[in-house]
Design a binder for this molecule. Sequence first.
Ligand code: XIL
Length: 384
Amino acid sequence: MVDCTRRTLLAGVGAAALLPRTAWAEPAIGPSLDVLAGLSGRRFGSAIGGGHGGPLTRSFDDPAYRAIMAAECGVMTPENELKWSVLRRGGAGSFDFAPADRLLAFAEANGMAFRGHTLLWHHPQYTPEWVAKHDYGSKPASEAARLIEEHVTTVCSHYGRRILSYDVVNEAIDPETGDYRTTPLTQHLSPQEAVDLAFRAARAAAPEAELVYNDFMSWEPGSPRHVPAVLELLEGFRKRGVPVDAMGIQGHIGDPGGAKSAPFAARDERAWRRFLDAVTAMGYKLHITELDVSDKKLPAPTAERDAQVADYARAYLDCMLSYPQLGDIVLWGITDQYNWLNGLTPRSDGLPKRPTPYDDQFRAKPLRAAIADALITAARRSNI
Ligand code: XIL
């Protein structure tokens, strides 16, 4: 029998294969990333797409992608299937749970938890058109509130204990101005009321679930108002008694402002720690919810690019993992095949981007080793 105690796993890392691998894999590379995350009490996972949107959305159809997910992950995030754009595409009163349920069934069959991403993407671009055209009647604020409450309650009730962590609100802040974004719902209801209501409704409908505020603020230059505004938002939640348990840090690193890649240098780390210290001082837990490392401006040669991506992620993860409050580490896609960033921020030389731990042939890359090493180091630090 394989001895899978924590100590044995740590000792065996980099040498023996302790877990069975499936057909996709190269020669065995040791314990899964989720097992390594578990050594310090954390979970590792990735998003998967079930066919609604860009490249990542085709990942669920590929058995090789599903096999990597099952082998590496303990937690899975549906890319788009729980968003209003898919779940509510039929209009007011209509809920289509089938796309998300299909992914959840796969997660459950493979022992993965499922993250509820997201109950309210507070962003006009990602709100279905019918929300703007909806008849809000003579009491528009009440009707807007009713729509939010109905959505949150219906989704949370549908899933019960099958989803125990929700990104209740996603991206409420405009990164340029630091103000709340305006959405079709906030024509009628103040943004603060809309956001607070989503959390209160989620706590009522899913009392056992962890409730997360998720956003992409970072230390990188370009949006100086974003970090302070998110801190103000989190402070406001505490003052008003809004039930929020954790800060979801998306972790789309590598392209500050979409402009250039940069190392996670000491100065960056100091700035980022100030943010993390402030968040944790308010009693929030942390998750990395959408990690990927954009290589938009990195040199073309593959080996050099992969090494720089891995180094950047390693420095970032070492910092993040030094916080005992950090729970999940979740990627926004686990293979370069099907990655969403090629469409969003393509390289000027037209080469496919390489932002994830597995390449387009499903081979492990230096980023995979960097994540594994960071997780092992974190476990050693916590004296396991
Ligand atoms: C992205 C999906 O990957 C795309 O398919 C979709 O078109 C837009 O949304 N931050 C988030 C995720 O919180 O929900 C986004 O997902 C990526 C950025």
